[in-house]
Write a protein that binds this ligand. Structure first.
Ligand SMILES: Nc1ncnc2c1ncn2[C@@H]1O[C@H](COP(=O)(O)OP(=O)(O)OP(=O)(O)O)[C@@H](O)[C@H]1O
Ligand SMILES: [Mg+2]
Length: 332
């Protein structure tokens, strides 16, 4: 059964869409088929982060909510924009056409139809995870989505106004039966993280799913791409892995560990190829090229039919950053 996770914040601009898109892309990269629903129908934006051109979004969630389309017609495969395995990351975008949005807002039927759409997506696309981005505040969508969402990520900045909102949203979500987590975002480097985590967790009696730094690099990315995919070693990306670990139980592997495991899988001869390819979000051809390159560079050699690390390879493995750069070069 798919896990349905919703992100919300009482106030706007906390980082919901950024965190949802990074988390979803990461989950897809580790083999969890993920559908993102951009339910912020008034001001949708996830499509921009996923690099989906708005002109190619002929049918959107908004059309479904207006009763003009089936929800499955508004599903777009964004995996290939992100060098992920095909169909591993799907997006249901919101419309950015003002007339369609205006029509929708006046209809007020949005919330109920949205709730009905989620089981349809589960039935038709069989995802492991559905992630729902929302408009800030305690609106109708938020309230009715608790019928289908199991988990709520309360995204807050270290700011008193956000904390007050957290108390309200988390309280309501709890009453509605959702499991609450707090995600702290935009933490200034002068704020001591361990203390902040502890204070928030104990004051609001909520688990912290992750804590992410306020980062100029994120601002400079201008929501033009999935940041953690491009910079897997960045502290922001590590915050995303922490959320995945706490909410979905995924143990993050860095490139070094991934490489070790890959070699072990190949050597053992019991490679579940489908799993391996989707797990490493590489195509089979890209993977072959990657291993060939390792051999060409003399990091790996074949001995009695097995891949083993050369001394050069062992040394190189220690230089974790170098490895990650190297591996990145061979991602298609
Ligand atoms: N950790 C961070 N450090 C710096 N900038 C960030 C961080 N997280 C998000 N941002 C930036 O903050 C802005 C708002 O982020 P985002 O759109 O994800 O928030 P949101 O909660 O979805 O907003 P809205 O409530 O309007 O939907 C974006 O420009 C984004 O790039
Ligand atoms: Mg948003």
């Amino acid at each position: 059964m798919a896990q349905v996770v919703m992100a919300n914040s009482f106030r706007g601009g906390t980082g919901k869409s950024t965190i949802i898109s990074n988390l979803a892309s990461y989950l897809a990269s580790v083999g969890m088929k993920t559908v993102v629903v951009d339910a912020d129908v008034i001001s949708p934006g996830v499509h921009a982060i996923f690099g989906l051109d708005s002109t190619s979004m002929s049918t959107t969630l908004t059309d479904y909510l207006n009763g003009d389309a089936r929800i499955s017609e508004a599903v777009y495969d964004v995996s290939t924009n992100l060098s992920l395995t095909e169909n591993s990351l799907l997006l249901v975008p919101g419309s950015i056409t003002s007339t369609t949005i205006a029509e929708l807002v006046s209809q007020k039927k949005t919330a109920e139809r949205l709730v009905k759409g989620i089981p349809q997506l589960i039935k038709e696309f069989k995802p492991d995870v559905i992630m729902i981005d929302t408009h800030p505040g305690l609106n109708d969508e938020f309230l009715v989505m608790s019928d289908v969402a199991h988990v709520l990520l309360n995204i807050v900045r270290p700011d008193n106004q956000d904390y007050q909102g957290l108390r309200v949203s988390a309280g309501v979500a709890k009453k509605l039966g959702m499991k609450n987590y707090v995600v702290l975002n935009k933490i200034h480097h002068q704020i001591k993280q361990p203390k902040l985590r502890q204070t928030i967790a104990s004051t609001y009696n909520l688990p912290i799913a992750g804590a992410l730094p306020l980062s100029d690099d994120i601002i400079l990315s201008q929501s033009q791409y999935v940041f953690s995919e491009k910079y897997p070693e960045h502290d922001f990306s590590k915050g995303i892995y922490e959320i995945a670990a706490n909410v979905f139980g995924i143990k993050h592997k860095n490139h070094l560990e991934t490489m070790h495991d890959l070699l072990a899988d190949i050597n053992s001869g019991k490679v579940d190829q489908k799993k391996l390819w989707s797990h490493e979000h590489m195509t089979q051809a890209a993977f072959k090229e990657y291993v060939d390159e390792l051999q060409r560079e003399k990091f790996v050699k074949k001995e009695k039919g097995l891949y083993v690390l050369t001394d050069k390879g062992k040394k190189f493995l220690k230089k974790y950053r170098a490895i990650s750069k190297f591996v990145d070069n061979f991602r298609l």
